[in-house]
Design a protein around this ligand. Structure first.
Ligand code: AMP
Length: 273
């Protein structure tokens, strides 16, 4: 901790706080996440947290929030994270209501390329939503919060409750199964929420939302291009074996034409096979 100057608080997490900080010798600005061991112990999640930190530490992609290092003392765990100046995509979305096809295409391209990289390493995020995506000073997305992700070498389905309601895939409701295409579904929901301004299955209360997800009927209250609708329907698909892989989404014609300056770094060199 002596190596850092601590600045203003950036946000509050479940187990502690995040502060703006600067490494003293290089003057390198970071976000310092401080978590209290007592809190972690109380929720019985030390195992999950250790896994989250290790996964994030080993991922290296321009659209995944870098964890530069981590350390601990008697009472706290510290994560030295890349600083995402513009904060959560969630606040950006609420501020603007909905986003243009151009801006959405860049974000969907970036998030899909990051997830294609993760899936290739058998890492599923499993909690994709605008609250878990940060935006840096240049307007690029940074996938964060790997709390629910599982490094699963067997690629088998797991029976764990994961994700939050609006982004929950139908198979989680009907068979409590978390498929390996849970992120693909969520990217479709994210794309819809960016373009429309609200999640596609949002209902009055949890039961209505769950019923709507199970019916999987997507309606568009505002005009959206046919190409965007086509891509959403490839992701928001009941049959979880039939959802478009992330490498394909990252190079989809809608992404390419609406966000021509976006260049995938993973999908470009790893075509789907
Ligand atoms: P978390 O505990 O990861 O959910 O973080 C709590 C809040 O702190 C987030 O919702 C963000 O608003 C903020 N935050 C977390 N990490 C960063 C970061 N690397 N850069 C900027 N803000 C952050």
């Amino acid at each position: 901790m002596d190596n850092f100057d601590i600045g203003r608080p950036l946000g509050k997490g479940k187990f502690g706080n995040v502060y703006l900080a600067r490494e003293k010798s290089q003057k390198f600005v970071v976000a310092l996440k401080v978590m209290f061991k007592v809190q972690i112990g109380k929720y019985n999640v030390s195992h999950q947290l250790k896994r989250e930190i290790e996964i994030q530490y080993h991922l290296c992609h321009p659209n995944i929030l870098r964890c530069f290092c981590y350390f601990h003392d008697e009472s706290r765990i510290y994560m030295v994270l890349e600083f995402a100046e513009k904060g959560e995509l969630f606040s950006h979305l609420r501020k603007h209501g909905r986003l243009s096809e151009e801006e959405t295409a860049k974000y969907i391209g970036q998030v899909s390329d990051a997830l294609a990289y993760c899936h290739d390493k058998n890492v599923w995020h499993r909690d994709i939503k605008p609250e878990n995506i940060l935006v840096d000073g240049l307007g690029n997305l940074k996938l964060a919060d790997f709390g629910w992700s599982v490094h699963d070498k067997t690629k088998e389905n797991r029976n764990t409750v994961c994700g939050t309601l609006d982004y929950l895939p139908p198979e989680m409701i009907t068979s409590n199964t978390c498929s390996t295409t849970v992120d693909n579904w969520a990217v479709g929901v994210l794309m819809y929420e960016c373009l429309v301004g609200k999640a596609p299955f949002e209902g009055n209360g949890q039961k209505e939302t769950l019923d709507r997800i199970k019916r999987c009927r997507v309606v568009y209250p505002n005009p959206i291009s046919e190409e965007a609708k086509a891509l959403i329907s490839k992701l928001i698909t009941l049959d979880y074996l039939n959802r478009a892989p992330m490498v394909e989404v990252a190079i989809d014609p809608w992404v390419r034409t609406r966000a021509p300056s976006f260049k995938p770094v993973f999908a470009k060199t790893h075509p789907h096979h």
